[in-house]
Design a protein around this ligand. Structure first.
Ligand SMILES: Cc1ncc(COP(=O)(O)O)c(C=O)c1O
Length: 284
């Protein structure tokens, strides 16, 4: 196991501390499952209900037996164990893999899913006031259209792996992920927002992309609470380049400003500064 930071990673399988996985695994064989990555900050699991709501959507769409109550209790007891071990800040990744079957794709609707939690301790609390702006480029890798899987956080993440490799090769932090029509959907590791005048716009997630928990929280709670108009819309590369400010979101970053996209630069980020402060103040 590699050094994961200040302290080593910990794992729980169906609520029991573990160091290994049972085989066979449909998660391993087919990517047949879902995951959620949560931030533990000062002992609190941020946006827990939003993560569980997206997980519930994924379970019902993939027809995996409902394991929401167990997922909730496993996450809460892992967080409690970490707090008892004086680990106040961490990421907790919950992986729900469909229960093992015989050979072949056909799922068994009755087999209980497997729940794995991996906790990685971190040195600092979530979403501090300062965040280094991201640099972005474009990528030739386009997201595939799949309405049956849109929005949920399923285990198949090869597109994001290709996007991350592309960003690495180009020497940037991330790339703008475009769909087959060339519209911008997100970045590789999170959702994307544009500030246009006094309004905020985020790409509509209709055919591909993940409906991020931070994205939903901004759209439904934080932005309306600040009386900032916000909407979901089509975003072209030109529209992105013309934005007054751009920022990205995910559960690890919270809100992080974009400082550069191709040869466009943004040097001040008043909206992302405000939203970071609001998230630090009010995130449940
Ligand atoms: C591709 C992608 N889109 C969006 C998100 C944002 O989701 P959340 O805000 O729930 O972390 C993530 C998070 O990892 C992601 O990998």
């Amino acid at each position: 196991m590699t050094d994961a930071g200040p302290q080593a990673q910990r794992f729980w399988l169906n609520g029991q501390a573990t160091e290994s996985l049972p085989l066979p695994s449909r998660g391993f064989d087919f990517g047949d499952g879902l995951f959620e990555t949560l931030r533990l900050s000062q002992g609190r699991l941020l946006l827990l209900e939003a993560h569980l709501a997206r997980l519930a959507d994924g379970l019902s769409r993939l027809k995996i037996p409902d394991c929401l109550p167990t997922s909730r209790s496993c996450l809460i007891s892992a967080a409690a164990e970490l707090s008892a071990a004086s680990i106040a800040h961490a990421t907790l990744r919950l992986t729900v893999a469909r229960g093992a079957t015989g050979r072949g794709y056909r799922p068994d609707p009755l087999t209980e899913p497997l729940l794995l939690i991996a906790a990685t301790p971190l040195a600092s609390p979530a979403w501090p006031p300062e965040a280094a702006p991201l640099s972005l480029a474009t990528s030739a890798v386009r997201l595939a259209s799949q309405p049956a899987l849109v929005g949920i956080k399923h285990l198949n993440r090869l597109e994001q792996v290709l996007l991350a490799a592309d960003a690495m090769e180009q020497g940037v932090d991330d790339v703008a992920a475009q769909d087959q029509a060339g519209l911008v959907v997100s970045v590789g590791k999170g959702n994307l927002f544009l500030v246009e005048g006094s309004s905020v716009v985020t790409p509509a997630i209709n055919d591909c992309g993940i409906r991020g928990t931070v994205r939903e929280y901004l759209l439904t709670t934080v932005l309306p609470g600040l009386s900032v108009a916000c909407s979901e819309d089509k975003v072209s590369l030109d529209r992105l380049l013309g934005a007054d400010e751009v920022f990205c979101t995910n559960s690890l970053w919270g809100v992080v400003p974009v400082g550069q996209f191709l040869d466009r630069r943004w040097s001040s980020h008043p909206m992302s500064d405000t939203l970071r402060a609001e998230l630090a103040r009010q995130t449940p």
